[in-house]
Design a protein around this ligand. Structure first.
Ligand code: GCO
Length: 452
């Protein structure tokens, strides 16, 4: 017998391996210790908006079980944890009064992370806008920008000595277009393009304030960037014409967010796309929006196939119904998205440092049998996607870390608790946590810094 030696698929030294969560999806304690109502707290209560009428009231009860969760991460050897701070816990009305108990909770969480040797990566805003701000216009209203600026100052001042990695906003598209045009997210309005572009502009200003706050109060070594869920085109072949088509689609689809951040302006291409519906811009806005960042976070779950059409223009190909997907119909199994997403961001916007701030998959039926949850499908998903990420690094894309979405099964927005994204199972009746097979597999990857 001749033994064949597998070549190890190693990641660069100091590659950051982590897991990610978001406050509204795991914390629960929705009305406790002075927390204000968020737009999602309110939206959950509108009949028909969230599957089975699920709410955020208890979620994973992480607010009370954070110590257990940090110890579990410690046991798995997870060294980096991305979580978000709930704005309505800190400023319950969005503005003015400060809630000390909210700050105290995150200090306790940071203590528990420190005890387990875990580095915090903090998202300032992951969609839980204080309802009081929404009542005054939410993202349509420029006053929200001023409120965010104060909130960012508060949290960076409070946690700056302990937190050195900041993400400003998570996925701007999901609380602008999806909230004020597509009705699927709070406040669930169907308004026109001009309003939507204005909400983007306000969100971009908040990002700028997040960067400013970190520069002014973050202390030594603090780093900051945005998280975008960029649209990822995958060229059908790697011939130059298809790759050029993918590049063009990448620009068109992501221009609202990435152009102003990286170029500090609304470029002529942007102007052509939005036409007369462009936002109102005040003097000084672009200086803030375009403040240099340290990295870009990309949340990538899937991509879209693109090729050069017969007329030379990019052609987007709809996926056939039989195309493999997870239990979330939107999540098509397209591992090459983890190659093309970072590569195109680096090529088009010269992003110098990229973190995959989320990647993962959702399934609804993942029982724990005899104490074990054998989610081999998730192990396979992660392994295949990470193979493509490794290829991108090998080709020179500046990717410095990767966070699995998510540590725990949690509140998956409109899908409530039916869609499970965790590498740790949560029994929502008992709130018991059980690391799944994929968690043990990922723990091995982290330990060995290679695909196992
Ligand atoms: C997002 C959010 C997460 C989701 C995850 C799975 O990307 O939508 O950042 O909060 O739960 O992506 O849908």
């Amino acid at each position: 017998m001749r033994a064949i030696q597998a070549k190890p698929i190693r990641f660069p030294r100091n590659f950051v391996w982590g897991v990610a969560t978001a406050a509204p999806q795991i914390e629960g304690a929705a009305c406790e210790d002075g927390k204000g109502e968020s737009t999602w707290d309110r939206f959950c209560r509108v009949p028909g908006k969230v599957l089975h009428g699920d709410t955020l009231d208890v979620a994973c009860d992480h607010y009370h079980r954070y110590a257990e969760d940090c110890a579990m991460m410690g046991r798995l050897g997870i060294k980096n944890y991305r979580f978000s701070i709930a704005w309505p816990r800190i400023h319950p009305q969005g503005d003015s009064a400060l809630n000390q108990k909210g700050l105290d909770f995150y200090q306790r969480l940071l203590d528990a992370l420190e005890q387990n040797g875990i580095t915090p990566w903090v998202t300032m805003f992951h969609w839980d806008l204080p309802q009081a701000l929404e009542d005054r216009g939410g993202w349509r209203w420029r006053g929200t920008v001023d409120a965010f600026a104060r909130y960012a100052d508060t949290i960076v001042r409070a946690f700056g000595p302990r937190v050195k990695h900041w993400f400003t906003l998570n996925e701007i598209q999901c609380f602008t277009s999806m909230s004020y045009r597509e009705v699927s997210r709070p406040p669930g309005l169907a308004l026109g393009e001009a309003v939507v572009n204005q909400t983007y502009h306000h969100a971009l200003l908040c990002h700028g304030h997040g960067v400013r706050a970190v520069r002014e109060q973050g202390g030594r070594g603090a780093r900051v960037g945005l998280i975008d869920n960029s649209f990822v085109p995958i060229p059908v072949t790697d011939c130059p014409a298809d790759v050029a088509a993918a590049r063009e689609v990448f620009v068109e689809a992501n221009i609202r967010v990435l152009d102003p951040i990286y170029r500090g302006e609304y470029s002529p291409v942007y102007q052509r796309i939005v036409g007369a519906d462009g936002p109102q811009v005040a003097p000084g806005d672009f200086a803030l929006i375009g403040l240099p960042t340290d990295f870009l976070g990309l949340n990538i779950y899937f991509g879209h196939f693109v090729r050069a059409g017969a007329d030379g223009r990019p052609e987007r190909l709809a996926l056939p119904a039989a195309y493999p997907h997870t239990d979330c119909a939107w999540l098509k199994l397209t591992p090459q998205s983890l190659y093309w997403g970072p590569r195109l961001a680096a090529e088009v916007y010269a992003a110098k440092s990229i973190y995959i701030s989320e990647n993962g998959c959702g399934y609804s039926d993942e029982p724990v049998v005899d104490g074990e949850c054998r989610d081999l499908h998730r192990r396979d998903y992660l392994r295949t996607y990470l193979g493509e990420l490794h290829r991108a690094i090998g080709d020179g894309a500046p990717i410095h870390g990767y966070f699995v979405w998510s540590l725990l099964d949690n509140f998956e927005w409109q899908d409530g608790y039916t869609s499970r994204f965790g590498i740790c199972h949560v029994d929502f009746a008992t709130l018991r946590r059980t690391p799944k097979l994929s968690a043990d597999w990922y723990a091995n990857v982290i330990r060995e810094n290679r695909l196992v």
